[in-house]
Design a protein around this ligand. Sequence first.
Ligand SMILES: CC(C)(COP(=O)(O)OP(=O)(O)OC[C@H]1O[C@@H](n2cnc3c(N)ncnc32)[C@H](O)[C@@H]1OP(=O)(O)O)[C@@H](O)C(=O)NCCC(=O)NCCS
Length: 168
Amino acid sequence: MIVIRSRRLQLSQFQMTDAPEVFGCITPGVAKFMSWEPPSWDEYLARCEKRAQAPEPNMFSFTIRRVENNECLGMASFEGADSTSPEVGLWLKERAHGQGIGTEVVSALIEWGHATFGKASFIYPVAVENTASRHIAEKLHGEIIGNRTNPKYNSVVYRIPFREASHT
Ligand SMILES: CC(C)(COP(=O)(O)OP(=O)(O)OC[C@H]1O[C@@H](n2cnc3c(N)ncnc32)[C@H](O)[C@@H]1OP(=O)(O)O)[C@@H](O)C(=O)NCCC(=O)NCCS
């Protein structure tokens, strides 16, 4: 199992045993700037099982936990490991917002993607109005390279470079 560690966090490859805790972190506030709506437990379980049965080789999902007490905080994703700039994403439960955890997660994914796959840059799409998430991209020297749209919101697409000095 892949495990990524950072100062306060452990990102471990999602396992079915994580499902109840991860599901417990999902609220409407978390989904506001995500492409999905909060699912029912049955829908969520079905989605997890489908993914577990047909894993995609270049896509990784991680459960985010606080190292000190193993508290589940949310999920992170790393997609397109075979592409020039893999795409990273995350969501955190509402009680974990505003503690710099988002920045720590994105930094850790970038470091891992550089160390594991030799990638020099990463894609990070963000809803235009998602100020906190855009702050993360900008703090990590992200540049806007495009736009996306989905039925819920319009997004800007950042390209974030790997930079030795900016990751802790
Ligand atoms: C977006 C999200 C990942 C941010 O994570 P976080 O841990 O709360 O963010 P951080 O604490 O690292 O803060 C990031 C920056 O945004 C700023 N910020 C946080 N909330 C803010 C707000 N509501 N308005 C303006 N700035 C805000 C912080 O001050 C920080 O900037 P700074 O380091 O320059 O001070 C988190 O809020 C979340 O999971 N939201 C729900 C799902 C989601 O939107 N996922 C992202 C999809 S791209």
